[in-house]
Ligand binder design. Structure first.
Ligand code: UFG
Length: 327
């Protein structure tokens, strides 16, 4: 069985990735410092508590296990916090990732799959966003992801690192079996907050602005299911191992939903009352983010299975109902 080191494997997407890898015959080895991850989310493969900043620990993992590849899910992801505490984001998302890459090179680990973000594009000048869209991130979170993308290119040139950067649009949904799901603390993402409102844990959901230049005035996003993200990671790794060129890929469904539409779909899926009110805009939110993933479909053979927004919300609802307090 091939060993894959999953850094951030106790987090929302990383923990599902481990389940997916195990199902596909790989051995996921989880490294997570549990700052945001949850020990209970680790259900597949060995678990090592620690940081990608710890060179000695990384070396010991690479010595103990024959690690074929590293998948990286260990970035901090709060856009607002990245503006008020940029040092925290550059330290973890860039410096610590650089450390991981250096220790990988020293230990001849060649393959790296990176969770990048549509936040690297900044304010879009063209919709849908393709991989050739200029990258001008507007916050430290997006910049930290772009910096790592650039480091990966340089490491590929200099040391032969084989990498793929996957630029997610809005990751959403939960394990269709209901075993793994989203539990950010604090929670800032739309779908979990809407479902917490459906559960009666919140009085209402705030809609951040209804004066955007969109059909109903609320922001439009491209929601992509975590199981489809997991599928793309393994496809990217397998293609790389077959000799595919390094590269960057968007992962979205090419379909946009407004905040009001998301709330409406959640009302239908849950059958519950979800009270909303319009508040002021949240700084840094682009009006519309929709990605073209044609490149991933063509070159990786990516076939999203959960593209429908109702299905995405149904899977998330199943998780929230069975884990009302999260992990
Ligand atoms: N929103 C609300 N009310 C809320 C929460 C969110 O109206 O209580 C709106 C936001 O303003 C936005 C949309 O719902 O228009 C989605 O917001 P999320 O916070 O769920 O996600 P973002 O679009 O901000 O996601 C961004 C980037 C991702 C990045 C992520 C980091 O698109 O690439 O932030 O967490 F990974």
């Amino acid at each position: 069985m091939k060993n894959i080191l999953v850094v951030g494997g106790a987090g929302y997407i990383g923990s599902y990735m481990c389940k997916y890898l195990a199902k596909k015959g790989y051995n996921p080895i989880v490294l997570d410092n549990l700052i945001y991850g949850h020990r209970q989310a680790v259900g597949w493969g060995p678990f090592i508590e620690g940081s990608m900043a710890d060179s000695k620990l990384l070396k010991s993992i690479f010595t103990e296990y024959h690690v074929e590849a590293v998948m990286h899910f260990a970035a901090f992801c709060y856009v607002g916090e990245s503006v008020s505490e940029p040092g925290k984001y550059y330290r973890n998302n860039v410096a610590n990732t650089l450390n991981l890459l250096e220790v990988m090179i020293e230990n001849n680990v060649q393959y790296f799959i990176f969770s990048s973000s549509c936040a690297t594009y900044g304010e879009p000048i063209e919709i849908p966003i393709t991989e050739r869209h200029p990258q001008n991130p507007i916050n430290p979170y997006g910049r930290s992801k772009l910096m790592v993308e650039q480091i990966l290119k340089d490491f590929s040139n200099a040391y032969g690192l084989k990498y793929v950067s996957l630029r997610y649009f809005n990751a959403a949904g939960a394990d269709p079996d209901g075993e793994v799901g989203e539990d950010h603390r604090p929670e800032t993402h739309l779908i979990p907050l809407v479902l917490q409102t459906a559960l009666g844990q919140r009085e209402r959901i705030d809609i951040f602005g209804d004066d955007y230049p969109t059909k109903d005035g609320t922001c439009i996003r491209d929601y992509v299911h975590i199981a489809d993200l997991a599928q793309s990671h393994l496809l990217a790794l397998e293609r790389l191992m077959d000799g595919m060129q390094e590269g960057e890929y968007n992962l979205g469904n090419g379909d946009g939903f407004s905040v009001k539409e998301v709330i409406e779909v959640a009302r239908n899926v849950t059958g519950r009352t979800i009270t909303s009110r319009v508040t002021k805009r949240r700084p840094g939110d682009p009006a519309v983010l929709i990605g073209s993933s044609k490149k991933a479909v063509k070159e990786l053979g990516w076939k999203p299975q959960f593209a429908d927004l109702s299905t995405i919300i149904e899977t998330a609802w199943k998780w929230h109902k069975s884990h009302p307090e999260g992990w």
